[in-house]
Structure formats: C-alpha cells, structure tokens
Design a protein around this ligand. Structure first.
Ligand SMILES: CC(C)(COP(=O)(O)OP(=O)(O)OC[C@H]1O[C@@H](n2cnc3c(N)ncnc32)[C@H](O)[C@@H]1OP(=O)(O)O)[C@@H](O)C(=O)NCCC(=O)NCCS
Length: 180
C-alpha cells in the first residue's frame, strides 16, 4: 500500500517545472494507465501530438492555463494536473467555462490521497477563474468517475475522444456544487 499523502509536495498553479519533464511524466503516466487500449501507431501519434515538450511549453506559457505537479520525497515527479479554458464539445456551453484537462499520477503513488489534494487545489483555482467547470473521463474509468463524483461532478453528456484513429467513448462531467 502507498505511504501517506504528506510525503508528497504539490507545486502550482505556475510550477517551476520544465516542458521536457512534463513530456516525460505525461507520456509515462498515459502509457501506464491507458496504453494497453491502443495500437502502437495510434498511441505514438497521440503522444507525439499531445504530450510533446512543445505542447507542454505552450501550456506553461499560457496565462489562461494552470499546471500542478507533485513530487515524491526523493524529488521525483509523481503526478501532474492541467487546467484552463474549456475546449470540450459541451452542448450549449455557457460563457467563461473552465476545464480540468489532464490529471495523472504514477501507479505507485495512487490511492494515498494525493489525487484528492491536487484536485482540491485545481478546483479552487478553476472556480476563481471560471463560472463553470467541466472535465471528460473515459467511460470505463470508474475509479476516476467516483473521485470526481465525490468532488461534486455529474455526468452530463457523452462524446468520443480521439487517440490517433481510435475513438474512445467518454463522459463529459460538470461540477454542480460550488467550492466550500
Ligand atoms: C485519477 C487519479 C489521478 C487519482 O489520484 P489518486 O492519488 O489515486 O487519488 P486519491 O488517492 O486521492 O483517491 C483514490 C482512492 O484512494 C483512496 N484514498 C484516499 N486517501 C487514501 C489514503 N490515505 N490511503 C489509502 N487510500 C486513500 C480514496 O478514497 C480513493 O478511493 P476510491 O476512489 O477507490 O473510492 C489517479 O488514480 C490516476 O492517475 N489514475 C490513472 C489516470 C486517470 O485515470 N486519470 C484521470 C483521467 S480523467
């Protein structure tokens, strides 16, 4: 079982982390969580487009976006979360909508409360900057859906998320409760 949450340090919403380090943790955690779902070519196309240092550099330099990273006690990067303006295909999306965009923790650091802590920090930031908060989650990722539901999100819509040429059924969720 993972150790307690206090061993982790969270840095954000403007962390001192390189785009290259985000590329590494982004690729690694996506492969760890979902890599088995895709063909090698779909996976590589997606990672090259979406998890490149160039893509992360754009996020780090975007004043409308935020990034949180988590370090283990050895100073190793164990997770990251990104947020910003909502780019999901939400039906009749209201103005000033934000999105919890990416949220990944390495396998060995999951289940110790770190995700909950990162989520709370990101949700506070999102509600400070946006009037509505959305996210999307793989339809079979029940564990993440449960975590989001505990933090006030509800499923509102289905859509397909593309990984290369592969279409994943996903739920769009909206946060229904304000921050405490
Ligand atoms: C989703 C994710 C970011 C959540 O992070 P996490 O650190 O595992 O989250 P938490 O530890 O806060 O909560 C997860 C579970 O651990 C439990 N938990 C919380 N604190 C705990 C503690 N101190 N000790 C043991 N378990 C604990 C929670 O109750 C929760 O249980 P449940 O969801 O099974 O009911 C992480 O699991 C992950 O990276 N998953 C793969 C990628 C993914 O699915 N990303 C989301 C894409 S939409």
């Amino acid at each position: 079982m993972s150790a307690g949450t206090s061993q982790y340090r969270i840095d954000g919403p403007s962390p001192s982390v390189s785009a290259e380090a985000l590329e590494e943790i982004g690729r690694r955690t996506f492969i760890e969580a979902f890599g088995h779902l895709y063909s090698a070519s779909d996976l590589e196309k997606f990672l090259t487009e979406k998890h490149s240092a160039v893509a992360y550099s754009a996020v780090l330099n975007d004043p409308a976006s935020a990034v949180w990273v988590a370090y283990g006690d050895a100073g190793d990067l164990v997770g990251y979360l990104t947020a910003g303006p909502c780019a999901l295909p939400v039906d009749n999306m209201p103005a000033n909508a934000g999105e919890l965009i990416r949220f990944y923790i390495t396998k060995q650091s999951r289940g110790a409360g770190l995700g909950g802590r990162m989520l709370e920090r990101a949700l506070s930031w999102l509600h400070e900057h946006f009037d509505h908060v959305y996210l999307s989650v793989y339809s079979e990722n029940i564990k993440a859906q449960r975590l989001y539901e505990r933090h006030g999100f509800e499923k509102i819509q289905k859509y397909f998320f593309m990984v290369g040429e592969h279409a994943d059924p996903e739920f769009i969720m909206k946060r229904m409760t304000p921050v405490d």
